[in-house]
Design a binder for this molecule. Structure first.
Ligand code: PAF
Length: 293
């Protein structure tokens, strides 16, 4: 496994500058990460590995996607363990650049505007977050030049926005979605779960329980979905809900009957958690119309 810390090392590892090395080795699949790898990332790697070709993982905690006061400084960093996991999983190239390699002239003057989808849900609570995400993803795609890039459904809005980025800006890469990995109690795996103590961890499982309750109520229509999920969240006082929102799969207004996406964000202690599930919506049964947020 090659660990590249500079652009030059990355290009050499991928044979970008010559016709030799891995240039002829088939397609390249990128799994972009911020490190602190866990079983959920293992799932991204599994999905990527099924595509064959060269498997590249990037590890970079991107300051641009953290607002002032967020957890940039304490975001978990575990490079040695991350490299061991990548090695175990057959990753061929890890790109782990320092800040100055990604942003040689400091924070960029040109960045990617995520458009209206970037200011709802996560974007409403974390202004600038998706501008930072899409900017670094664009840079990583430009540096690695992959044929495909894998993103987890756990960060559903990110997945939708990256797909929009690729479509709207005609980037030559396929966006591949990997399903969320859950613990035995249903909680979605996330690097931020390690901030939670035992009591908070127990309370946090209410998020996935709420989503399951919402999904189970799907056939009764959108209002029933939201009511079922809300009941579960209300029963857990340690969970401070930021939003519970039912959307279309593209994050527009949900249409019933049809497929929808139920998304939740909440704070437990000082830790902000997000989760989402697909919901199959039946036709609305009542007459009262409520916004789905
Ligand atoms: O999902 C993440 O880990 C990050 O947002 C990403 C896509 C690696 C960009 O920094």
């Amino acid at each position: 496994m090659i660990v590249a810390e500079t652009r030059a090392q990355l290009h050499e590892a991928l044979g970008h500058d010559s016709r030799s090395a891995r240039a002829g080795a088939g397609s390249v699949t990128l799994v972009p990460t911020m490190g602190a790898l866990h079983i959920g990332h293992g799932q991204l790697l599994d999905v990527a590995a099924r595509r064959r070709g060269v498997l590249v993982v990037s590890i970079f905690v991107n300051p641009l996607q953290f607002a002032a006061g967020e957890d940039l400084a304490r975001y978990p960093r575990s490079l040695e363990a991350d490299l061991a996991l990548c090695r175990e999983r057959g990753v061929e190239v890890v790109f782990a650049p320092p800040y100055a390699e990604m942003y040689p002239t400091g924070d960029p003057q040109v960045s990617v505007d995520p458009g209206p989808l970037g200011s709802i849900l996560e974007g409403a609570s974390r202004p600038g977050h998706f501008r930072g995400v899409l900017t670094v993803v664009t840079k990583l795609l430009g540096l690695v030049r992959p044929d495909a890039a894998v993103f987890g459904e756990k960060d559903y809005q990110q997945l939708v926005l990256v797909s929009r980025l690729v479509d709207d800006l005609c980037l030559p890469v396929e966006v591949v979605a990997a399903p969320t990995v859950r613990a035995d109690d249903g909680m979605a795996l996330s690097s931020r779960n390690r901030y939670l103590d035992t009591t908070q961890r127990r309370a946090a499982a209410a998020l996935s329980r709420a989503l399951s309750a919402g999904r189970a109520a799907g056939t009764a229509g959108p209002r029933a979905v939201l009511a079922a999920a809300r009941d579960v969240l209300r029963a857990e006082p340690a969970v401070a809900v930021d939003y519970l929102s039912l959307r279309s799969p593209e994050l527009g207004e949900p249409a019933a009957p049809g497929p929808g996406r139920l998304l939740v964000a909440a704070t437990v202690g000082a830790t902000r958690l997000i989760d989402n599930v697909a919901v199959e919506l039946g036709a609305e049964t009542g007459t009262r119309q409520e916004p789905c947020r």
